[in-house]
Design a protein around this ligand. Structure first.
Ligand code: SF4
Ligand code: SF4
Length: 363
């Protein structure tokens, strides 16, 4: 049902009465005709990518256990997709690629995925965060569960929200300075040849398997925050999302609101998990917009709000879903076909690396 148009409401007591010569023209209220499939599509993409990551995690765990048990457990080959969880290695390899012109031998899949996610952001805003990222999916599941539990979500006051949103950019700047600016090329190449650098994926697995009390506390706080505040991790702490958000600034597509059909009901702003003032904005250019299309789904009026390319061309949710999947599969497929997917560490070397406790140094 459409709510009352604000233009139809009686003026406030203190407001200036409209001129009789130019009475406010009531807006035409055109209900949306076709059902919106954006959220069903997005959920399907999220579930598929989460399942893919669970499979990658299990496969990698079995791979490591095989070496740890001296070959007595089930053999599983190392899934190169695990490198998608090493975005800092991806950033380092991007620098190596730009400086040497050669694709890296260590963690090539990580670089391929890093570039694929950047490309998704350049074309479809920060759609990686709301359509693919498994952490984003879990974070969304947590705040929606919290909303069901408490009957509402909680929002931090603006004076706290603004500085906290800067934390992810500070973390991003920290990593970019250390990795891109400060580390010379030879040091980076040496790092990737060291036992630690060869087993970054193993370090990550051990981070979760042998979690320190400090790390568990931090994760617990982030999880609790995610139950209460929509997208707590993504909004305040994720440097990867911060980087993709900066890339999304260059995107030709954006959420556009058309004031003529818009009835000013405010539903779009109310559902936006990024707290963006969609209802009073013509073009949503904020790097916080994840392209989740929740606002478009909530809008009750035909053609008032849409994801749009230049020249007002509507970008349908089907196109976003196909584009996100196509870019991901395209990058992975080309990398596999051209031999730039699997890294150069042979399985035999893992006997030495695991036996030598290469993963034991993680905090
Ligand atoms: S503006 Fe719309 S697409 Fe962007 S984050 Fe908010 S609800 Fe999602
Ligand atoms: S664009 Fe926003 S404010 Fe305008 S009709 Fe749609 S939901 Fe309501």
């Amino acid at each position: 049902m459409i709510e009352v148009n604000r233009a139809d409401a009686p003026p406030d007591a203190g407001s200036v009465a409209p001129s009789p010569a130019a009475p406010p023209r009531p807006k035409k209220k055109l209900l949306r005709r076709a059902p919106d499939r954006a959220q069903a599509l997005r959920r399907a993409a999220q579930v598929a990518f989460l399942a893919l990551n669970v499979w990658i995690g299990v496969q990698f765990y079995l791979f490591v256990r095989y070496f740890e048990t001296g070959g007595k457990s089930v053999w599983a080959s190392r899934p190169a997709g695990v490198e998608g969880w090493l975005p800092i290695a991806g950033l380092m390899n991007l620098k190596l690629l730009l400086l040497t012109g050669a694709l890296p031998e260590s963690y090539p899949a990580g670089l391929v995925l890093f570039l694929a996610f950047l490309a998704i952001s350049l074309l479809f805003r920060k759609a990686f965060c709301s359509w693919l990222c498994p952490v984003g999916t879990l974070s969304e599941a947590l705040w929606k569960a919290g909303r069901r539990l408490f009957g509402r979500s909680f929002l931090l006051p603006r004076w706290l929200d603004w500085p906290l949103r800067g934390v992810k950019y500070l973390l991003l700047a920290f990593f970019v300075k250390i990795v891109v600016v400060d580390m010379p090329l030879f040091a980076m190449q040496g790092f990737f040849q060291s036992p630690f650098g060869l087993t970054l994926d193993l370090q990550m697995l051990d981070f979760f398997r042998h979690m320190s009390g400090t790390a568990a506390t931090v994760l617990g706080v982030l999880a609790a925050g995610s139950v209460l505040v929509p997208n707590f991790w993504c909004r305040y702490a994720c440097p990867y999302g911060a980087l993709l958000g900066l890339g999304a600034w260059l995107s030709p597509v954006r959420i556009r609101r058309f004031p003529d059909p818009c009835i000013d009901c405010g539903k779009c702003a109310k559902v936006c998990p990024s707290r963006l003032p969609v209802d009073v904005t013509l073009n949503v250019l904020s790097p916080e917009c994840t392209g989740c299309l929740e606002c478009v789904t909530a809008c009750p009026v035909e053609d008032a709000l849409m994801l749009a390319a230049p020249a007002r061309r509507r970008v349908s949710p089907w196109l976003v879903a196909a584009g996100v999947a196509g870019i991901f599969l395209g990058f992975v497929g080309v990398a596999k076909l051209t031999g730039h997917w699997d890294g150069s560490v042979p399985a035999q070397a893992w006997w030495e690396l695991v036996k030598g406790g290469a993963g034991a140094g993680h905090p």
